[in-house]
Design a protein around this ligand. Structure first.
Ligand code: KG4
Ligand code: ZN
Length: 332
């Protein structure tokens, strides 16, 4: 079976072709156009600007993704229907509807968050269920229990800022370019976590919720007490912020893995590209006899391949006139 996956929920425009053969998912193409340089100028995403760029990119990106593929061989079109920015989602959904009608292919509406976790199944058939999924992106921080394909239970999530959002907002306070996550990771290498210790919010709470807005306030207080930020103090704050975020993510993920006696932990979302998070979670998971799966870094940030992968396992094809974008879509 071959699926064309489309993803336009935020600032990326992506189309991918994946083939499922004998239970194995093969990545044939994954084309991503990003309007990030535009958003770096405004220090964050202005939704209308993102959607305008996606209108320009969507057709060339699809054309490139299907190069060398005959349309007859595509069995279905998977598209992100939510959550995300309304204007951006509409670009993907309306394009999918049009292609569905013209090519006479079914559409598989797909949840962006589930897509982040299913990036783990691309070129990998070793995952054993049940599993705990940790989605850490710019807009979301959620823990889910995947009992089986199509049987997903939400365990908890952030009460305010998402983990990636915390990286980005603290990056802005430090005068770093947007998005701050990977820059904070880089600067942390030379930082000393003892100089500006930061709290790991809610690390001892009994639930599976997170909160990162207090960390942002703590970082702001430290920045305001320093008369002149220099490379050394910026690196120190970056290291402390990164450690505070990673510690709470790992602690709650392991607590969930233990409670639900899972076989695997699956990481997904842009923040999953963070090497320290990947390395430390791997060590802690193996100490708990749970196997950790993390997508290659290129499949952590938004992409069409993860949407097609999720559709292979969770998708129900529907008629093109029954599908609509839902910015508030969650786990239900
Ligand atoms: O999944 P994604 O591409 O978009 C959303 O669905 O939100 O995630 C983007 C987020 C941004 O907040 C970015 O700062 C963060 O992922 N990010 C990182 C790293 N690379 C990207 N955060 C920490 N460390 C990284 N290496
Ligand atoms: Zn995402």
């Amino acid at each position: 079976m071959i699926i064309l996956g489309l993803e336009t929920s935020c600032d990326e425009t992506s189309a991918a072709i994946l083939e499922k053969d004998n239970g194995k998912i093969k990545l044939i193409s994954n084309i991503i156009a990003s309007s990030l340089p535009l958003h770096a100028k405004t220090g964050g995403i202005i939704p209308e600007n993102a959607a305008r760029e996606q209108i320009k990119y969507i057709i060339p990106v699809i054309e490139k993704s299907i190069e060398g593929i005959t349309i007859e061989k595509i069995d279905a079109i998977a598209v992100t229907v939510g959550p995300g920015l309304m204007g951006s989602l509409l670009v993907g959904v309306e394009t999918a509807k049009t292609l569905s009608m013209v090519w006479n292919k079914p559409i598989i509406p797909t949840n962006h968050l589930i897509g982040h976790i299913y990036a783990n199944w691309i070129e990998n058939e070793k995952i054993k269920l049940p599993a705990i999924g940790l989605i850490v992106s710019g807009g979301h921080t959620d823990l889910i229990l995947i009992k089986n394909h199509g049987n997903i239970k939400w365990l908890g999530g952030t009460r305010d800022d998402a983990a990636g959002e915390a990286f980005d907002k603290i990056g802005r306070l430090l005068g770093l370019p947007y998005p701050g996550g990977h820059i904070i990771e880089k600067l942390s290498i030379n930082g000393n976590v003892k100089h500006f210790p930061m709290p790991s919010p809610m690390i001892y709470s009994k639930d599976f919720d997170f909160s990162f807005s207090g960390l942002k306030a703590a970082a702001l207080r430290e920045i305001q007490t320093i008369k002149q930020l220099n490379n050394g103090s910026i690196s120190d704050i970056c290291a402390s912020v990164q450690e505070a975020i990673i510690d709470v993510l790992i602690s709650k993920t392991l607590k969930a893995a233990k409670k639900y006696k899972v076989k695997s932990i699956l990481l997904g979302g842009g923040v999953a590209a963070n090497q320290k998070l990947r390395d430390e979670l791997k060590v802690k998971a193996s100490e708990s006899n749970v196997e950790l799966f993390v997508p290659p870094k290129s499949l952590c940030t938004d992409n069409g391949a993860m949407i097609a992968a999720a559709a292979f396992f969770n998708g129900r094809p529907i008629a093109f006139d029954k599908i609509s974008a839902n910015p508030q879509l969650y786990f239900d």
